[in-house]
Design a protein around this ligand. Sequence first.
Ligand SMILES: Nc1ncnc2c1ncn2[C@@H]1O[C@H](COP(=O)(O)OP(=O)(O)OP(=O)(O)O)[C@@H](O)[C@H]1O
Ligand SMILES: [Mg+2]
Length: 383
Amino acid sequence: MAGVMLKNLTRAFNKVTAVNSINLEIYDKEFMVLVGPSGCGKTTTLRMIAGLEEATSGEIWIGDNVVNDVSPKDRDIAMVFQNYALYPHMSVYDNMSFGLKLKKIPSGSNLPLLNMKKAFSSDEIDRRVQEAAEMLGLKPLLQRKPKELSGGQRQRVALGRAIVREPKVFLMDEPLSNLDAKLRVQTRAELIKLHRRLGITTVYVTHDQVEAMTMGDRIAVMSNGIIQQCDTPLHLYHHPANLFVAGFIGSPAMNFVPVQVKQSGNSIFVETAGFQVELADEHRDIAAPYVNKTCMFGIRPEDIYDLALPGLVVAEKGNTITVDVDVIEPLGSNVEMHLKTGDYTLIAMIDSATKAAQGTDMQVVLDMKKAHLFDKETEQALF
Ligand SMILES: Nc1ncnc2c1ncn2[C@@H]1O[C@H](COP(=O)(O)OP(=O)(O)OP(=O)(O)O)[C@@H](O)[C@H]1O
Ligand SMILES: [Mg+2]
């Protein structure tokens, strides 16, 4: 078992700095998700941890050791790739055991030198394969060839191949992206259970924020080679550090409206054409230095309520606005609405009991305690 630590880790390719001086501590047994848009440096980070990509500068620690100069096979990690390739002519059993047959006994074991290059005993290999197959529900399939398996089953074989190595650290690069939506959700749950059972430190890469939110103990949100914020899923959701994280975590995404901050007596308002709301008491002092400045206001679709429906948020003059209902998309328990206010469209997730109709006015209540304000220049969250 081991944690992983990245210290000022950088990887530059000619003109592109794919990973730009990131610092990240992944605790022993933790499930850490790296999430971010295409090209933000997730795979490059993972490949540096695996030793498949050399760091331009910075340090990679696994457990108590700096591993920058340790070859990939001696890092005691197992990587599952997006495009896992199984050997088509080999059975499931052989695909899973193949790596163990090649693997040399780890140095540091007190076997005689002559045996150092010998593979694991066939009993040991069988124990590991049977155990992994049991865990992954592959036992009845061990003698089949990959072409006789479904996509999900093949994916599990690729996982099994990594599990039998009993590594200190698992690295997974979008391992579910080849599966259809239903199988993805199912395999996601299996992976979480597996992690609970094995307790192996895992770094999991995805560009899907829902996957990140449901799987990660913690999530590191990356963009442009930089870690924007690293925290638990709920902390990222409730307290995004900046505009990028606020817009990336949560689906549908947070609404942003550029606003003027105004003071009137003891109250602080944010306003733009057709839109004026009062900040919650607890946000007043934080916003005070921004009075008469432009900021970015943020409110999540699920923090907007139909005034006509009984809700948890008490409607007041300062938190209620009138909007035009532009589009209504029924989703089942909720409807997604596009609400026009002045020059802006707010997306709202409204209880499907709503009677609001397309093309009419509607009054909505904003849960201002959950609202966010961002500095326009630095893009950092004030709250
Ligand atoms: N071998 C390479 N040579 C040059 N540039 C590279 C190389 N590998 C990656 N890059 C660049 O580094 C940046 C980060 O790439 P990386 O593959 O880490 O992104 P990613 O976050 O995994 O994206 P995706 O979600 O699309 O897989 C990209 O701009 C990419 O074009
Ligand atoms: Mg990638």
